[in-house]
Design a protein around this ligand. Structure first.
Ligand code: ADP
Ligand code: MG
Ligand code: MG
Ligand code: MG
Length: 388
């Protein structure tokens, strides 16, 4: 086998690579196109136009390009992403792309082409409803959370996994951009002057900031389970019938509620971008995600052979309640950082001026409310909270 040294691929070398790997034969005529959004990674779509056979080659870049600047970023995240996709694939094969090949030196993962699906953020903005989205993501999240935790894996093996997923550079991005910068006057923040008084109120809001500090502390130290780490609606491909989770380069061992909170927040951001009469489908997705999560979790709990106290349902309820409370808090952080931090969501940014400002103010208000009422909010409460 060939030992590769790192160099960024281009259309020609990407084709050469997949032929070397025998994913296509030497004689096939292939077309390659770079389709990534280019801040952290290259993504090549490679297709044989005669047979329509196609694959995706994703390669990590050794730096992050953000607002004209660039800083170094470990290539090891490509291996973490590939391992996480395979791990997810062993638990919920129908909900992630197949991985065909990975090379650590090249920081390349070759995977199933999902171009027949749409990125769910894009689809939701266009009014798609994705009737199975919450069923699938609820099941995905419960399987990953339970089956990579101490409730399903022997403690010694689980600690090996924790070590395998140590991901300091990418965790640091989250620690800064989700839990720190938006709550202080940092120059990475990004918001319009019309929002300044709301933002300055947040910066002096010690009650909300204390909750953010606690959630950040948990993110930094709690190794409960393998989390995806970047589970917004842009990391989910969907159609009427299928759902596929991609892009776990931020994966690490973290809190049970983190992914759930980010997913819920991104559904809420889309909800806030819509007129009142078109919101219920999103709110139903939130309640369904949590229902399915709990049902799936409880089934896995009863079946698990590892943790000696599993049969006591009070213990399961305690963990689920802690998971939901954390998810509400993480959703609050995500609502705020997507509104005034570095990375916004198109759902809201693409609205006309007045609607955008209203949606942004509502997102800040809701984010603050979630942070300061974590233990009181049920999945069914979002409907009323959104209307207020
Ligand atoms: P990044 O980490 O840079 O955000 P992603 O993994 O999210 O990279 O991929 C960026 C884009 O590339 C996606 O939004 C999607 O358009 C395309 N893409 C990524 N993976 C696939 C895939 N398996 N099949 C089809 N398109 C993909
Ligand atoms: Mg991207
Ligand atoms: Mg990514
Ligand atoms: Mg992405």
């Amino acid at each position: 086998t060939t030992t590769y040294t790192y160099e960024p691929l281009n259309e020609i070398t990407a084709i050469r690579l997949v032929k070397q790997l025998k994913l296509f034969s030497e004689s096939e005529a292939l077309t390659a196109r770079e389709i990534g959004d280019g801040n952290l990674n290259l993504v090549f779509h490679i297709v044989n136009d005669q047979t329509n056979k196609s694959i995706i080659v994703k390669q990590a870049l050794p730096y992050a390009k953000v607002v004209g600047e660039s800083w170094p970023l470990s290539l090891k995240r490509a291996t973490i992403e590939s391992n996480a996709l395979k791990q997810f694939g062993s638990l919920t094969p129908e909900l992630v792309p197949d991985v065909y090949y990975h090379d650590e030196n090249l920081a390349v993962t070759v995977m199933e082409d999902l171009s027949h699906l749409t990125i769910s953020r894009t689809g939701l903005i266009q009014g798609e409803t994705y009737p199975l989205l919450s069923e699938h993501i609820g099941r995905f999240l419960a399987h990953i959370a339970f089956e990579t935790s101490d409730f399903a894996i022997k403690p010694q093996e689980k600690k090996e996994l924790v070590a395998q997923y140590i991901n300091p550079d990418l965790c640091n991005i989250t620690e800064d951009l989700v839990f720190t910068d938006p709550f202080f006057d940092y120059n990475t923040n990004e918001f319009e002057e019309t929002l300044r008084s709301d933002v300055e109120n947040l910066w002096t809001d010690e009650e909300a900031k204390l909750e953010v500090a606690k959630l950040k502390q948990k993110f930094l130290t709690s190794s409960q389970t393998l989390v995806h780490g970047d589970l917004h609606t842009g990391s989910i491909f969907a159609s009427e019938r299928e759902t596929k989770v991609i892009d776990p380069e931020f994966a690490f061992y973290g809190p049970f509620g983190f992914d759930l909170g980010q997913f819920v927040a991104n559904l809420l951001l889309n909800t806030l971008s819509r007129p009142a009469q078109k919101r219920s489908v999103l709110l139903d997705h939130i309640t369904k995600t949590w229902d399915v999560f709990q049902t799936t979790w409880n089934k896995l709990w009863v079946e698990s052979k590892v943790e000696p106290f599993v049969k006591n349902p009070n213990y399961s309820d305690y963990i689920l309640q802690q998971t939901w409370t954390d998810a509400v808090g993480y959703a609050g952080c995500e609502l705020i950082r997507r509104t005034i931090g570095l990375a916004h969501v198109v759902d809201i940014d693409s609205l006309p001026d007045e609607e955008r400002l209203n949606a942004q103010k509502a997102a800040l208000r809701l984010g603050r409310y979630l942070l300061t009422h974590q233990t009181e909010i049920s999945a069914h409460d979002f409907k009323n909270l959104i209307e207020e």
